[in-house]
Design a binder for this molecule. Sequence first.
Ligand code: ATP
Length: 215
Amino acid sequence: MTMRVVIERKIYPAQEGAPERALFENLSFELADGEVCAIVGPSGIGKSSLLQIVAGLDRDFEGSITGLPQPVGYLFQSPRLLPWRTARQNLELVIPEQPGRAGEWLAQVGLSGSEDVYPQRLSLGMARRVALARALAITPKLLLLDEPFSSLDEETSRGMQRLVAEHMQTLRPTTLLVTHHWHEAAALAQRVITFDGSPARIMDDQPIRQVRAAE
Ligand SMILES: Nc1ncnc2c1ncn2[C@@H]1O[C@H](COP(=O)(O)OP(=O)(O)OP(=O)(O)O)[C@@H](O)[C@H]1O
């Protein structure tokens, strides 16, 4: 089923020190089943906010999200691990029926030996890898990745890109990938949507081959 995102209007109301902000107006796009789409655009344009709306975490907008594939695997910009649970226990929480798999997932993200470490003792990059494993472990039908390879050294980043690419090829989740890096978009996505303006709108929406040809 095609997922359809329609945001007629999204406003962040005025807060102390910050005026009202119209983030999106008349923004819509569709994603086919299994399609991998990168979202690019300047910092602060609303990419993370869009993922939160798509995931149903922010319902304070005019519009609709239909045909949402379930379950949703979401890698947030910050790891959002439960601090009172070890790396392994954070994973076991989302796959309680297959506790043995937690260790395998940690090995896949290069964290063998850190299974019993609590999040506050993990570096940001390590915590983000646990969070990536958590997002993939549930076998999501919709995968939301918010800058999945930031805070990682180049080699680890390449390893995680390979893991995500293999997951996409074998299980084909519909995917929205927020990134600042064209090479990540080109390596993983079939399509790139570029946001710009205020309120943000879609400036460009192209298959990745055409974007590459234009470079
Ligand atoms: N809960 C909130 N309440 C009010 N304003 C918010 C809230 N969350 C985000 N914003 C504002 O909305 C705008 C878009 O933020 P968002 O994090 O979605 O941008 P982004 O494109 O993901 O940025 P970056 O690339 O830097 O991560 C920013 O101006 C931000 O300050």
